[in-house]
Design a protein around this ligand. Sequence first.
Ligand code: THU
Length: 124
Amino acid sequence: MNAKAVKEVLKAHVGRAYAPYSGFPVVALVEAEGEVFLGVNVENASFPLSQCAERNAVAAMVLAGKRRLERVHVYSPKGPIPPCGGCRQVLMEFGGPEVEVVLHGPEEEVRTTLGALLPLAFRL
Ligand code: THU
């Protein structure tokens, strides 16, 4: 999927995030084995049960039978935000340090890698 199309898909799904408590919607799109999978954050009245967008996208990928993460996109309408620590570990489970991570704002992008975000990762 080209960069412009990715941005359009991310923006088109921001309204699907369920973030009534934080007011901070996030959309994640993961590219894996030639397909793309989406996730949004889903919050809960019991705050710790809230799920991040990235982990929900990974769940969709695994359900579809894909496990080789190639690229990760994260979108926040407030500007580029990096994944939380827990999501970095979950992404590393299905990728490696070379996986590209693109942090999107409405117009701008910041490119990094999973290895830069999670050096010395614990892996089995
Ligand atoms: N959140 C994500 O979905 N992904 C991130 O990378 C960082 C934070 C969510 C969790 C919570 O629903 C809201 O953003 C505010 O922390």
